[in-house]
Design a protein around this ligand. Structure first.
Ligand SMILES: *[C@@H]1O[C@H](CO)[C@@H](O)[C@H](O)[C@H]1NC(C)=O
Ligand SMILES: *[C@@H]1O[C@H](CO)[C@@H](O)[C@H](O)[C@H]1NC(C)=O
Ligand SMILES: *[C@@H]1O[C@H](CO)[C@@H](O)[C@H](O)[C@H]1NC(C)=O
Ligand SMILES: *[C@@H]1O[C@H](CO)[C@@H](O)[C@H](O)[C@H]1NC(C)=O
Ligand SMILES: *[C@@H]1O[C@H](CO)[C@@H](O)[C@H](O)[C@H]1NC(C)=O
Ligand SMILES: *[C@@H]1O[C@H](CO)[C@@H](O)[C@H](O)[C@H]1NC(C)=O
Ligand SMILES: *[C@@H]1O[C@H](CO)[C@@H](O)[C@H](O)[C@H]1NC(C)=O
Ligand SMILES: *[C@@H]1O[C@H](CO)[C@@H](O)[C@H](O)[C@H]1NC(C)=O
Ligand SMILES: *[C@@H]1O[C@H](CO)[C@@H](O)[C@H](O)[C@H]1NC(C)=O
Ligand SMILES: *[C@@H]1O[C@H](CO)[C@@H](O)[C@H](O)[C@H]1NC(C)=O
Length: 452
């Protein structure tokens, strides 16, 4: 059954065609199979759950672990395939540091956006009722702890506010205030507002939005600048256009739109403006207008690994925009469909014939491969299942708080532990103190969960 609010899009839908990852975009089963293939390929790069490896660690790119698990939690929610859940739970808990996603191995060289990738994954887990580990902090607690930490970093000494990109003064990038950091905190605030109904979060969402539209977002053109510099008191912006930046602000605006019952004009205005720019910029007319492209790096094929993940992250954000602001679904779905159809053709590399490249608009494999390519493809396939999922993300009052115990039994109403430790005052600690909060036995227990 296709949900009524998405039905209009099917009138203009593309017919299925023979592809490397076989995809009939009008068939729920076919989309699930495509997502399963891409998810399997993605996780085959993940070694963090193997003996002697570090759970949640994606080689030298720590933040990508958060992005990977966010993608896989959504994959589980939309497909029902729980086969990756043990690896996801293990990594999500192992990297949680002092319940705040600042594990000591990484905390000395971390950006606000890196930490946020994990907090947003925890928020997704809360909203989608991803099972919690027994005796573990709730997903909500983990998201709130990061929120409080980053809100305390809001810096009014320069530029009248804003969050810096990097956390520590010795890091290159400390003098930048950028879209992904501020947009990330904005999105988390908006989602926490809706989830908890606590006004502290909606006030913060408004503060961050207000600052953003006077410093990074052009309210006439609805463009999102990538960054600005504290050296010049944020008087000039670097105008690079990235999908991920738009996704952050789009998601936050949609959650605020929903939280205010569609009654606050500024959220709808912002959402409509940003959506329009997103469509015109990242779904180029020259590829038919319905295939997503990272336009800054794909034409010359110079995207780095992080940049290759961005399209998948925007796909996830657009999906939840269509849920929180259902009037946008008929504009969003055709673009999710066009992008998935394109990605299916692009995913025709390697021995398996299902390895994904970067350019979804190119009907033959572009020769690139990696976890990031497969992860973005997983996300675009998974996103298309939104048309079949007649269910809204949870709030604190509707959450089931399911827990997983060591023997794999999933139970309702989990214990919600809260912790009260706050950020250490800029002193960077080294060593394995994070492990004190993640006793190996408990983590191993979560990993041992049987697959339903
Ligand atoms: C990290 O490196 C190892 C060894 O080269 C490789 O097996 C693994 O797939 C890499 N992980 C990712 C996510 O690329
Ligand atoms: C690690 O996770 C992958 C993907 O979920 C899974 O297929 C594999 O069996 C896991 N390996 C171990 C050792 O648990
Ligand atoms: C921190 O690094 C050490 C040494 O590589 C490793 O044993 C440990 O598991 C890591 N902890 C986390 C939370 O990543
Ligand atoms: C810096 O910019 C903020 C607004 O972004 C403004 O309120 C403040 O006066 C400016 N400071 C200086 C020194 O120009
Ligand atoms: C609302 O959230 C803030 C920030 O996490 C917290 O300090 C405050 O106690 C919460 N208020 C209520 C009523 O739960
Ligand atoms: C945000 O700006 C609007 C005016 O554009 C103002 O009414 C509102 O009070 C501001 N909110 C916050 C939290 O600063
Ligand atoms: C959408 O964006 C285009 C290009 O920037 C602009 O010309 C058009 O007026 C915008 N439409 C709406 C409805 O905002
Ligand atoms: C808020 O989201 C819910 C769940 O998707 C949806 O049913 C409702 O219509 C949304 N509210 C508005 C004002 O669009
Ligand atoms: C699994 O553990 C739960 C919680 O400890 C317990 O209630 C249940 O009986 C156990 N199930 C089996 C099959 O051992
Ligand atoms: C789930 O946990 C939240 C706290 O995060 C609590 O407010 C809510 O009542 C719990 N729901 C159930 C069904 O236990």
């Amino acid at each position: 059954m296709v949900r009524l609010d998405y039905l209009a899009a099917f009138a203009v839908t593309l017919a299925g065609s023979a592809t490397a990852i076989d995809l009939d975009i009008t068939s729920e089963e076919s989309i699930k199979n495509a997502a399963a293939t891409a998810a399997f390929n993605t996780m085959s790069y993940y070694t963090g759950n193997q003996t002697g490896q570090i759970p949640g660690n994606i080689n030298s790119s720590w933040w990508e672990g958060g992005a990977l698990f966010d993608t896989m939690i959504q994959y589980w929610y939309f497909t029902g395939d729980a086969s990756n859940n043990p690896a996801v739970s293990q990594g999500m808990y192992f990297q949680r540091g002092n319940d705040n996603y600042m594990p000591s191995n990484w905390s000395s060289y971390m950006g606000n956006d890196d930490q946020m990738a994990w907090a947003l994954a925890a928020m997704t887990a809360a909203e989608l009722d991803f099972p919690q580990g027994t005796d573990m902090p709730s997903w909500l607690t983990l998201a709130e702890r990061v929120f409080n930490m980053q809100a305390a970093r809001w810096d009014t000494n320069t530029c009248g506010g804003g969050l810096r990109w990097q956390i520590w003064p010795y890091e290159a990038g400390y003098t930048m205030k950028n879209a992904v950091s501020n947009g990330g905190l904005f999105q988390l605030a908006a989602r926490l507002a809706r989830y908890t109904n606590n006004q502290t979060y909606s006030d913060w969402a408004e503060t961050i939005w207000n600052w953003s539209v006077t410093h990074l977002i052009n309210e006439d053109k609805w463009t999102v600048a990538d960054s600005t510099q504290t050296d010049s008191n944020c008087s000039t912006v670097g105008n690079n256009q990235w999908t991920y930046n738009y996704g952050m602000y789009l998601g936050g605006a949609a959650y605020m739109y929903n939280y205010t019952n569609g009654e606050t004009a500024k959220w709808k205005t912002g959402l409509d403006g940003l959506l329009n720019t997103t469509f015109t910029t990242f779904f180029p007319e020259k590829y038919g207008g319905e295939i997503m492209s990272e336009v800054l790096c794909e034409p010359l094929q110079v995207c780095n690994d992080a940049e290759i993940t961005f399209k998948g992250l925007l796909a996830g954000d657009l999906t939840f925009v269509s849920i929180m602001a259902p009037y946008t679904a008929s504009d969003i779905l055709p673009r999710l469909q066009g992008s998935a159809a394109g990605a299916a053709k692009q995913c025709s590399g390697g021995d398996s014939g299902t390895v994904c490249g970067v350019r979804w608009y190119q009907s033959t494999w572009d020769g690139w491969s990696g976890m990031e390519e497969d992860m973005s493809a997983t996300s675009i396939f998974t996103s298309n299942l939104v048309a079949y999922k007649d269910q809204a993300p949870a709030t604190q009052t509707t959450a089931t708080n399911e827990t997983v115990s060591a023997n794999g039994t999933v139970t309702g109403s989990g214990t919600t532990t809260t912790s009260t430790t706050s950020e250490s005052s800029g002193v960077v600690k080294s060593g394995a103190s994070a492990l004190a909060y993640g006793p190996f036995g408990v983590i191993a227990a979560v990993v041992a969960v049987a697959i339903a």
